[in-house]
Design a protein around this ligand. Structure first.
Ligand SMILES: Cc1cc2nc3c(=O)[nH]c(=O)nc-3n(C[C@H](O)[C@H](O)[C@H](O)COP(=O)(O)OP(=O)(O)OC[C@H]3O[C@@H](n4cnc5c(N)ncnc54)[C@H](O)[C@@H]3O)c2cc1C
Length: 489
């Protein structure tokens, strides 16, 4: 094999392979490098995958960039049928897919009803067909009686795809091409100077050259950048959002996705049809130093997944055989938005940061990156280019970030099965909100409360005083909320 190509694509997950197939049609000589895309740990293989443009909407993510990301998901959803058809045609393989998503709200998700409301508002605004339905009418929906759903929406146009089928078909399609070379190797670093990229250094095959390199190695990109001197400074840091999922045999056929809205940093509880007699169950999300963030599937992650699916979706799952367990790392940028386009360095492109929606976004990313590489007018707006990112971002205040994060944290630490009695989850939320405000916010904010608390500790230097602070903080948060309401009126 030659060691000079038109383009090197680093990473053979859904993003790398989708870009490779689009570029193949441009008659370029392509090298796609991946140590082994089927190894456990790849995000694409651990995904269901739901093609959720609307079902992924939540009340806390409605700023300008969130709207642009929604638009991005909608556009990719619209071109999905054509994309799958193309992959099927090139590979001669069939890719299993289904239409229709039920989104349920139940007592396990504190914010479910609010998220459903926001989803419905967006559906109306985008003139999409949907139905409000009685949850008991959802086929094969049979939750435990303590977890009955009280509300549901049906989105007939929002479906799912079997990612194993899709990745296998993409691989076959690329293998068939004379212009594409698939190389089983690990990219260690990039070659080039401050102005221009000239290739990559690999573990087994040494230096390989190309005028253009596309980084699509998911969370693996970070390591490559760390070993590539100054280039890493030009891109935001990536972190892994480890997710665990299962595939189970079923006796009945599930025809549609059944899911809750997003919860606790992940896509909520969901089942995705995998074949006539199997379903996918997803998914957990463990970020950075959360316990369990190691290679492999932990008992705690399985416990959480199975508890939710059995109780919230169908109690019969408890007697089903587990066919497969997967884990993978979602690539997350530091502001949670994708990163797509040309880096400030001639010849270097990046396509990552797709977090929970990379399978859905793959066709649109493939088109955008191809147009950019071919120097054509990009047909779709790309709000996620490295260039745009520097100008526009930094929109979330620390206050808001902590508020949303703590809401999800309190819900997350009660998983699985957990409910705190009385109103304690909200009280705990308030307690943590105030503590983080003291720790992270500008000096002077909430000063009176801080002084009052310090005085209390001086007056009563006993551990029994901590519960008093717990209730005082909660009371204070309520007072603040009332004040805000009075000001608004
Ligand atoms: C549990 C779970 C559920 C999900 N559910 C959905 C869903 O329902 N819908 C949806 O749209 N998205 C979903 N996602 C998100 C989606 O899977 C990701 O956004 C997407 O797969 C990212 O694709 P990728 O190709 O960038 O990364 P990956 O799939 O991780 O692929 C990266 C590839 O790069 C390779 N690589 C790494 N380092 C190197 C290196 N140094 N050199 C060469 N190759 C390298 C790896 O081997 C890997 O094959 C889910 C993710 C997870 C984990």
């Amino acid at each position: 094999m030659s060691n000079k190509f038109d383009i090197i694509i680093v990473g053979g997950g859904i993003i790398g392979k989708s870009i490779a197939l689009r570029l193949e049609q441009e008659h370029l000589n392509i090298l796609c490098i991946d140590p082994h895309y089927k190894a456990n740990g790849s995000a694409s293989l651990a995904a269901g995958a739901m093609l959720g443009a609307f079902a992924e909407i939540t009340t806390d993510k409605t700023n300008e960039m969130d709207k642009k990301e929604l638009q991005f998901r909608i556009q990719s959803q619209q071109i999905y049928p054509e994309y799958v058809e193309n992959v099927e045609e090139y590979s001669g393989r069939k890719v299993y897919q289904k239409n229709g998503t039920f989104i349920i709200a139940n007592v396990a998700g504190k914010l479910d009803r609010f998220n459903l409301k926001t989803i419905e508002e967006e559906l109306i605004q985008h003139k999409k067909t949907y139905e409000r339905i009685d949850p008991s009418a959802i086929p094969n929906f049979q939750p435990n009686r303590e977890y009955l759903a009280y509300q549901a929406l049906y989105l007939p146009f929002e479906g799912c795809v079997n990612t194993t089928d899709l990745l296998d078909a993409l691989t076959v399609a690329l293998e068939k091409s004379e212009r594409v070379n698939l190389m089983d190797d690990l990219v260690l670093s990039l070659l080039g100077n401050e102005q221009k990229i000239t290739g990559v250094r690999t573990k087994e095959n040494g230096e390989i050259y190309a005028n253009k390199v596309v980084l699509c190695a998911g969370v693996g990109i970070q390591k490559i950048l760390d070993f590539s001197s100054d280039i890493s400074k030009k891109l935001p840091t990536l972190m892994p959002g480890k997710g665990v999922s299962l595939v189970m045999d079923t006796e009945v056929e599930f025809e549609h996705v059944i899911r809750t809205p997003n919860r606790d940093f992940a896509c909520g509880t969901h089942i995705v049809p995998r074949s006539k007699n199997s379903v996918y169950i997803g998914a957990t999300n463990r970020i950075a130093n959360t316990p369990g963030l190691k290679d492999g599937v932990t008992a705690g992650e399985l416990h959480s997944l199975l508890h939710s699916a059995i109780h919230e979706i169908n109690t019969d799952f408890r007697t089903c055989n587990v066919q497969m367990m997967n884990y993978g790392s979602r690539p997350i940028t530091t502001d949670r938005y994708p990163l797509i386009g040309e880096v400030e360095l001639e010849g270097l492109f990046v396509a990552t940061g797709t977090y929970r929606n990379g399978v859905l976004m793959a066709p649109l990313i493939g088109d955008i990156v191809t147009d950019k590489i071919m120097n054509r007018n990009v047909r779709y707006e790309n709000p996620f280019s490295p260039e745009q990112r520097r100008i526009k971002y930094n929109h979330v205040t620390t206050d808001k970030l902590l508020e949303n994060g703590i809401k999800d944290l309190v819900s997350f630490i009660q998983e699985p099965a957990g409910f705190l009695p009385y109103n304690r989850s909200q009280e705990l939320e308030h307690f943590l909100q105030i503590l983080t405000k003291f720790a992270f916010l500008e000096e002077g904010e909430h000063q009176l409360l801080l002084e009052e608390s310090q005085q209390l500790l001086r007056d009563y230097p006993v551990s029994e005083i901590v519960p008093q602070l717990f209730y005082r903080f909660s009371e204070y948060m309520k007072e603040q909320k009332n004040m805000e309401e009075i000001i608004q009126v």
